[in-house]
Design a protein around this ligand. Structure first.
Ligand code: TXA
Ligand code: MG
Length: 341
Protein backbone atom coordinates (compact mmCIF):
# COMPACT_ATOMS: atom_id res chain seq x y z
CA UNK A 1 0.00 0.00 0.00
CA UNK A 2 1.08 3.54 -0.67
CA UNK A 3 1.49 5.46 2.59
CA UNK A 4 -0.53 8.55 3.38
CA UNK A 5 0.90 11.20 5.74
CA UNK A 6 -0.41 14.38 7.27
CA UNK A 7 1.64 17.26 5.82
CA UNK A 8 2.99 18.42 9.18
CA UNK A 9 6.72 18.89 9.81
CA UNK A 10 7.27 15.14 10.07
CA UNK A 11 5.29 14.44 6.89
CA UNK A 12 7.21 17.10 4.96
CA UNK A 13 10.55 15.69 6.20
CA UNK A 14 9.56 12.16 5.18
CA UNK A 15 8.51 13.44 1.76
CA UNK A 16 11.62 15.56 1.23
CA UNK A 17 13.92 12.70 2.28
CA UNK A 18 12.14 10.33 -0.10
CA UNK A 19 12.56 12.76 -3.00
CA UNK A 20 16.25 13.17 -2.19
CA UNK A 21 16.56 9.35 -2.25
CA UNK A 22 15.07 9.20 -5.75
CA UNK A 23 11.62 8.01 -4.64
CA UNK A 24 8.18 9.32 -5.63
CA UNK A 25 6.03 11.59 -3.45
CA UNK A 26 2.48 12.73 -4.21
CA UNK A 27 1.77 16.19 -2.82
CA UNK A 28 -1.02 18.79 -2.90
CA UNK A 29 -0.78 21.95 -4.97
CA UNK A 30 -3.40 24.67 -5.34
CA UNK A 31 -4.36 23.19 -8.74
CA UNK A 32 -4.27 19.37 -8.46
CA UNK A 33 -2.10 16.80 -6.67
CA UNK A 34 1.31 16.22 -8.24
CA UNK A 35 3.40 13.04 -8.43
CA UNK A 36 6.89 14.34 -7.71
CA UNK A 37 10.45 13.14 -8.12
CA UNK A 38 13.92 14.72 -8.21
CA UNK A 39 13.92 16.44 -11.62
CA UNK A 40 17.70 16.06 -11.90
CA UNK A 41 17.57 12.27 -11.40
CA UNK A 42 16.65 10.64 -14.72
CA UNK A 43 15.97 7.24 -13.11
CA UNK A 44 13.55 8.76 -10.59
CA UNK A 45 11.78 10.64 -13.38
CA UNK A 46 11.48 7.43 -15.42
CA UNK A 47 9.68 5.88 -12.45
CA UNK A 48 7.00 8.61 -12.72
CA UNK A 49 6.35 7.69 -16.36
CA UNK A 50 6.18 3.98 -15.45
CA UNK A 51 3.83 4.43 -12.52
CA UNK A 52 1.44 6.72 -14.42
CA UNK A 53 1.58 4.69 -17.62
CA UNK A 54 2.45 8.00 -19.27
CA UNK A 55 3.62 8.12 -22.90
CA UNK A 56 7.34 8.97 -22.98
CA UNK A 57 6.71 11.84 -25.41
CA UNK A 58 4.68 13.84 -22.87
CA UNK A 59 7.02 16.14 -20.90
CA UNK A 60 6.75 16.97 -17.19
CA UNK A 61 6.51 20.27 -15.32
CA UNK A 62 9.45 21.12 -13.03
CA UNK A 63 8.42 22.71 -9.74
CA UNK A 64 10.54 25.22 -7.82
CA UNK A 65 10.03 27.02 -4.49
CA UNK A 66 10.87 30.48 -5.85
CA UNK A 67 11.65 32.30 -9.08
CA UNK A 68 15.42 32.34 -8.48
CA UNK A 69 15.45 28.53 -8.46
CA UNK A 70 13.89 28.42 -11.96
CA UNK A 71 16.54 30.56 -13.63
CA UNK A 72 19.43 28.02 -13.75
CA UNK A 73 17.07 25.44 -15.30
CA UNK A 74 16.21 27.43 -18.44
CA UNK A 75 17.03 30.43 -20.57
CA UNK A 76 15.08 33.03 -18.58
CA UNK A 77 13.71 36.10 -20.38
CA UNK A 78 11.96 39.42 -19.79
CA UNK A 79 8.44 38.07 -20.33
CA UNK A 80 9.13 35.25 -17.86
CA UNK A 81 10.38 37.78 -15.32
CA UNK A 82 7.21 39.80 -15.72
CA UNK A 83 4.84 36.83 -15.48
CA UNK A 84 6.69 35.32 -12.51
CA UNK A 85 6.58 38.64 -10.67
CA UNK A 86 2.85 38.86 -11.22
CA UNK A 87 1.69 35.22 -10.88
CA UNK A 88 4.29 33.18 -8.94
CA UNK A 89 3.78 31.45 -6.68
CA UNK A 90 0.59 30.38 -8.44
CA UNK A 91 -1.23 28.29 -11.06
CA UNK A 92 0.96 29.30 -14.01
CA UNK A 93 3.52 27.15 -15.83
CA UNK A 94 6.09 28.82 -18.09
CA UNK A 95 7.68 27.03 -21.04
CA UNK A 96 11.20 28.29 -21.80
CA UNK A 97 14.31 27.07 -23.62
CA UNK A 98 15.79 24.32 -21.46
CA UNK A 99 19.19 24.34 -19.76
CA UNK A 100 21.30 21.22 -20.11
CA UNK A 101 21.02 20.30 -16.40
CA UNK A 102 17.46 19.12 -17.09
CA UNK A 103 17.56 15.47 -18.18
CA UNK A 104 15.95 14.74 -21.57
CA UNK A 105 13.37 12.38 -20.01
CA UNK A 106 11.87 15.36 -18.17
CA UNK A 107 11.30 17.39 -21.34
CA UNK A 108 10.55 14.29 -23.44
CA UNK A 109 13.39 15.28 -25.75
CA UNK A 110 12.08 18.81 -26.41
CA UNK A 111 14.52 21.73 -26.21
CA UNK A 112 12.16 23.55 -23.84
CA UNK A 113 11.25 22.96 -20.20
CA UNK A 114 8.03 23.73 -18.31
CA UNK A 115 8.51 25.48 -14.94
CA UNK A 116 6.11 26.30 -12.14
CA UNK A 117 6.28 27.74 -8.64
CA UNK A 118 3.09 26.53 -6.90
CA UNK A 119 1.52 28.50 -4.07
CA UNK A 120 0.17 25.67 -1.90
CA UNK A 121 2.02 25.89 1.45
CA UNK A 122 2.64 22.12 1.55
CA UNK A 123 4.10 22.13 -1.97
CA UNK A 124 6.30 25.10 -1.12
CA UNK A 125 7.55 23.55 2.12
CA UNK A 126 8.28 20.25 0.42
CA UNK A 127 10.20 22.01 -2.38
CA UNK A 128 12.22 24.02 0.14
CA UNK A 129 12.92 21.02 2.34
CA UNK A 130 14.21 18.81 -0.45
CA UNK A 131 16.15 21.69 -2.02
CA UNK A 132 15.83 20.21 -5.51
CA UNK A 133 13.70 21.01 -8.56
CA UNK A 134 10.82 18.52 -8.53
CA UNK A 135 9.34 17.08 -11.74
CA UNK A 136 5.66 16.43 -11.16
CA UNK A 137 2.80 15.58 -13.47
CA UNK A 138 -0.70 15.33 -12.06
CA UNK A 139 -0.84 12.33 -9.68
CA UNK A 140 -3.33 10.25 -11.66
CA UNK A 141 -2.94 7.19 -13.86
CA UNK A 142 -2.66 8.40 -17.46
CA UNK A 143 -6.14 8.91 -18.94
CA UNK A 144 -7.88 9.36 -15.55
CA UNK A 145 -9.09 12.74 -14.31
CA UNK A 146 -6.48 14.70 -12.34
CA UNK A 147 -6.68 14.16 -8.55
CA UNK A 148 -8.07 16.97 -6.42
CA UNK A 149 -8.10 14.90 -3.20
CA UNK A 150 -5.50 12.56 -1.67
CA UNK A 151 -8.22 9.89 -1.92
CA UNK A 152 -8.05 10.15 -5.73
CA UNK A 153 -4.29 9.57 -5.64
CA UNK A 154 -4.86 6.49 -3.48
CA UNK A 155 -7.55 5.21 -5.87
CA UNK A 156 -5.05 5.27 -8.71
CA UNK A 157 -1.85 4.25 -6.92
CA UNK A 158 -2.68 2.49 -3.63
CA UNK A 159 -1.04 -0.68 -5.04
CA UNK A 160 2.37 1.03 -5.08
CA UNK A 161 4.03 0.24 -1.76
CA UNK A 162 6.89 2.70 -2.31
CA UNK A 163 4.72 5.77 -2.87
CA UNK A 164 4.39 8.45 -0.19
CA UNK A 165 1.27 10.61 -0.30
CA UNK A 166 0.98 13.91 1.58
CA UNK A 167 -2.69 14.56 2.29
CA UNK A 168 -3.36 18.31 2.14
CA UNK A 169 -7.13 18.10 1.71
CA UNK A 170 -9.02 19.38 -1.34
CA UNK A 171 -7.23 21.48 -3.97
CA UNK A 172 -8.37 25.08 -4.06
CA UNK A 173 -8.51 25.54 -7.86
CA UNK A 174 -9.20 22.01 -9.08
CA UNK A 175 -7.96 22.41 -12.67
CA UNK A 176 -4.32 22.07 -13.74
CA UNK A 177 -2.14 25.18 -14.16
CA UNK A 178 -2.20 27.42 -17.21
CA UNK A 179 0.72 26.46 -19.48
CA UNK A 180 2.18 29.51 -21.23
CA UNK A 181 4.88 29.10 -23.86
CA UNK A 182 7.33 32.01 -23.65
CA UNK A 183 10.04 30.37 -25.78
CA UNK A 184 8.95 32.13 -28.99
CA UNK A 185 8.31 35.73 -30.03
CA UNK A 186 4.59 35.70 -29.07
CA UNK A 187 3.28 34.13 -25.83
CA UNK A 188 1.10 31.09 -26.51
CA UNK A 189 -1.35 29.56 -24.06
CA UNK A 190 -0.88 25.81 -24.49
CA UNK A 191 -3.25 24.86 -21.68
CA UNK A 192 -5.81 27.24 -20.16
CA UNK A 193 -6.11 27.39 -16.38
CA UNK A 194 -6.86 29.76 -13.54
CA UNK A 195 -4.42 32.34 -14.90
CA UNK A 196 -6.59 33.39 -17.83
CA UNK A 197 -5.80 34.44 -21.42
CA UNK A 198 -7.23 37.85 -20.57
CA UNK A 199 -4.72 38.21 -17.71
CA UNK A 200 -1.83 37.17 -19.96
CA UNK A 201 -2.85 39.78 -22.53
CA UNK A 202 -3.14 42.44 -19.85
CA UNK A 203 0.39 41.61 -18.67
CA UNK A 204 2.24 40.90 -21.94
CA UNK A 205 0.06 42.59 -24.56
CA UNK A 206 -0.56 39.41 -26.56
CA UNK A 207 -1.48 35.75 -26.14
CA UNK A 208 -1.93 33.19 -28.91
CA UNK A 209 -4.69 30.67 -28.32
CA UNK A 210 -4.16 27.48 -30.34
CA UNK A 211 -7.46 26.44 -31.95
CA UNK A 212 -6.92 22.97 -30.53
CA UNK A 213 -7.76 24.28 -27.04
CA UNK A 214 -11.43 23.79 -27.92
CA UNK A 215 -11.43 21.30 -30.78
CA UNK A 216 -9.68 18.05 -31.63
CA UNK A 217 -6.31 18.11 -33.37
CA UNK A 218 -6.76 17.78 -37.11
CA UNK A 219 -5.02 15.05 -39.02
CA UNK A 220 -1.35 16.01 -39.50
CA UNK A 221 -1.58 18.97 -37.11
CA UNK A 222 1.27 19.15 -34.60
CA UNK A 223 0.34 19.50 -30.93
CA UNK A 224 2.09 22.56 -29.48
CA UNK A 225 1.87 20.86 -26.13
CA UNK A 226 2.36 17.11 -26.34
CA UNK A 227 -0.21 16.60 -23.57
CA UNK A 228 -2.94 17.90 -25.88
CA UNK A 229 -2.71 15.03 -28.30
CA UNK A 230 -3.27 12.32 -25.74
CA UNK A 231 -6.79 11.43 -24.70
CA UNK A 232 -7.50 12.96 -21.33
CA UNK A 233 -10.02 13.23 -18.54
CA UNK A 234 -12.30 10.67 -20.09
CA UNK A 235 -15.09 9.19 -17.96
CA UNK A 236 -16.61 5.88 -19.07
CA UNK A 237 -19.91 7.68 -19.59
CA UNK A 238 -20.58 9.19 -22.98
CA UNK A 239 -20.82 12.91 -22.26
CA UNK A 240 -22.49 15.51 -24.50
CA UNK A 241 -22.23 19.29 -23.97
CA UNK A 242 -24.95 21.67 -25.06
CA UNK A 243 -24.43 25.39 -25.62
CA UNK A 244 -26.78 28.20 -26.66
CA UNK A 245 -29.51 30.35 -25.14
CA UNK A 246 -30.17 29.03 -21.58
CA UNK A 247 -33.87 28.21 -22.18
CA UNK A 248 -33.08 26.28 -25.36
CA UNK A 249 -30.19 24.47 -23.70
CA UNK A 250 -32.36 23.16 -20.87
CA UNK A 251 -35.17 22.21 -23.27
CA UNK A 252 -32.76 20.21 -25.42
CA UNK A 253 -31.02 18.54 -22.48
CA UNK A 254 -34.39 17.62 -20.91
CA UNK A 255 -35.51 16.02 -24.17
CA UNK A 256 -32.24 14.13 -24.61
CA UNK A 257 -32.13 12.95 -20.98
CA UNK A 258 -35.74 11.74 -21.15
CA UNK A 259 -34.95 9.71 -24.26
CA UNK A 260 -31.96 7.97 -22.67
CA UNK A 261 -32.53 5.76 -19.64
CA UNK A 262 -30.34 6.39 -16.61
CA UNK A 263 -28.69 9.52 -17.91
CA UNK A 264 -27.27 12.24 -15.65
CA UNK A 265 -27.28 16.02 -16.11
CA UNK A 266 -24.50 18.34 -14.90
CA UNK A 267 -25.15 22.07 -14.49
CA UNK A 268 -24.62 24.99 -12.09
CA UNK A 269 -26.77 24.91 -8.96
CA UNK A 270 -29.02 27.80 -9.98
CA UNK A 271 -29.97 25.85 -13.13
CA UNK A 272 -31.01 22.63 -11.37
CA UNK A 273 -34.62 23.81 -11.20
CA UNK A 274 -34.77 23.49 -15.02
CA UNK A 275 -34.29 19.75 -14.67
CA UNK A 276 -36.79 18.95 -11.94
CA UNK A 277 -37.72 15.27 -11.96
CA UNK A 278 -34.55 14.28 -13.81
CA UNK A 279 -31.26 12.93 -12.43
CA UNK A 280 -29.22 16.12 -12.08
CA UNK A 281 -26.03 16.91 -10.20
CA UNK A 282 -24.71 20.39 -9.44
CA UNK A 283 -21.20 21.41 -10.53
CA UNK A 284 -21.34 24.22 -7.96
CA UNK A 285 -22.57 27.80 -7.70
CA UNK A 286 -20.26 29.34 -10.28
CA UNK A 287 -17.30 28.66 -12.60
CA UNK A 288 -14.83 28.64 -9.65
CA UNK A 289 -16.78 25.97 -7.82
CA UNK A 290 -17.32 24.02 -11.03
CA UNK A 291 -13.54 23.99 -11.52
CA UNK A 292 -13.03 22.73 -7.95
CA UNK A 293 -15.61 19.96 -8.36
CA UNK A 294 -15.26 18.87 -11.97
CA UNK A 295 -12.64 16.13 -11.71
CA UNK A 296 -14.16 14.60 -8.57
CA UNK A 297 -17.53 14.52 -10.33
CA UNK A 298 -16.04 12.82 -13.38
CA UNK A 299 -14.54 10.14 -11.13
CA UNK A 300 -17.92 9.81 -9.41
CA UNK A 301 -19.65 9.18 -12.75
CA UNK A 302 -17.49 6.10 -13.22
CA UNK A 303 -18.05 4.90 -9.67
CA UNK A 304 -21.79 5.27 -10.02
CA UNK A 305 -21.73 3.35 -13.29
CA UNK A 306 -23.26 6.25 -15.24
CA UNK A 307 -23.10 5.53 -18.95
CA UNK A 308 -24.73 8.66 -20.35
CA UNK A 309 -24.37 12.29 -19.24
CA UNK A 310 -25.20 15.78 -20.47
CA UNK A 311 -23.68 19.06 -19.34
CA UNK A 312 -24.45 22.70 -19.94
CA UNK A 313 -21.57 24.43 -21.72
CA UNK A 314 -19.78 27.39 -20.09
CA UNK A 315 -19.00 30.73 -21.77
CA UNK A 316 -15.47 30.41 -23.16
CA UNK A 317 -13.92 33.40 -21.42
CA UNK A 318 -12.01 33.77 -18.14
CA UNK A 319 -11.94 30.50 -16.21
CA UNK A 320 -14.66 29.26 -18.59
CA UNK A 321 -12.02 28.62 -21.25
CA UNK A 322 -10.20 26.19 -18.94
CA UNK A 323 -13.47 24.51 -17.92
CA UNK A 324 -14.53 24.04 -21.54
CA UNK A 325 -11.06 22.77 -22.49
CA UNK A 326 -11.43 19.98 -19.88
CA UNK A 327 -15.15 19.35 -20.45
CA UNK A 328 -14.70 19.05 -24.22
CA UNK A 329 -11.98 16.45 -23.74
CA UNK A 330 -14.12 14.55 -21.27
CA UNK A 331 -16.89 14.65 -23.89
CA UNK A 332 -14.54 13.59 -26.70
CA UNK A 333 -15.56 16.94 -28.26
CA UNK A 334 -19.23 15.94 -28.51
CA UNK A 335 -21.02 19.32 -28.34
CA UNK A 336 -24.36 20.53 -29.65
CA UNK A 337 -24.42 24.26 -30.55
CA UNK A 338 -27.95 25.63 -30.53
CA UNK A 339 -28.53 28.74 -32.68
CA UNK A 340 -28.43 32.06 -30.84
CA UNK A 341 -31.66 33.18 -32.52
O1 TXA B 1 -1.27 22.23 -12.18
C1 TXA B 1 -0.41 21.55 -12.74
O2 TXA B 1 0.23 21.97 -13.71
C2 TXA B 1 -0.13 20.16 -12.16
C3 TXA B 1 0.52 20.34 -10.79
C4 TXA B 1 0.97 19.05 -10.19
O3 TXA B 1 1.57 21.26 -10.89
N1 TXA B 1 0.71 19.42 -13.05
C5 TXA B 1 0.27 18.95 -14.25
O4 TXA B 1 1.21 18.23 -14.95
O5 TXA B 1 -0.84 19.14 -14.67
P1 TXA B 1 0.86 17.32 -16.22
O6 TXA B 1 2.09 16.57 -16.49
O7 TXA B 1 -0.34 16.52 -15.91
O8 TXA B 1 0.62 18.33 -17.37
C6 TXA B 1 1.72 19.03 -17.92
C7 TXA B 1 1.34 19.63 -19.23
C8 TXA B 1 1.19 18.57 -20.31
O9 TXA B 1 0.11 18.93 -21.16
C9 TXA B 1 2.52 18.66 -21.05
O10 TXA B 1 2.42 18.23 -22.39
C10 TXA B 1 2.82 20.14 -20.94
O11 TXA B 1 2.40 20.50 -19.65
N2 TXA B 1 4.26 20.41 -21.07
C11 TXA B 1 5.24 20.05 -20.22
N3 TXA B 1 6.44 20.44 -20.69
C12 TXA B 1 6.20 21.06 -21.86
C13 TXA B 1 7.04 21.68 -22.83
N4 TXA B 1 8.37 21.72 -22.71
N5 TXA B 1 6.45 22.21 -23.93
C14 TXA B 1 5.10 22.18 -24.08
N6 TXA B 1 4.26 21.61 -23.19
C15 TXA B 1 4.81 21.05 -22.11
MG1 MG C 1 -1.97 15.38 -16.19
Amino acid sequence: MAECYRPDQTGIMIGATAIREGKLVAFPTETVYGLGADALNAEAVKAIFRLKGRPADNPLIVHVPQTEAAKPLCVWNEAAEQMAKRFWPGPLTLVLPKASVIPDVVSAGLNTVALRCPRHPVALELLKACDLPVAAPSANRSGRPSPTLAKHVMEDFAHNSELIVLDGGPCEIGLESSVLDLSGPIPALLRPGAVTAEEVIRELGACKLPESLLRPLQEGEIALSPGMKHRHYAPKARLTLVSGPPKDVSARIRALALSEQGSLILCLSDRKEEYRGLNCRSLGKNAQEAAQNLFALLRQLDEDGISRAFAEAFPEDGLGLALMNRLLRAAAFDKIDLPIN
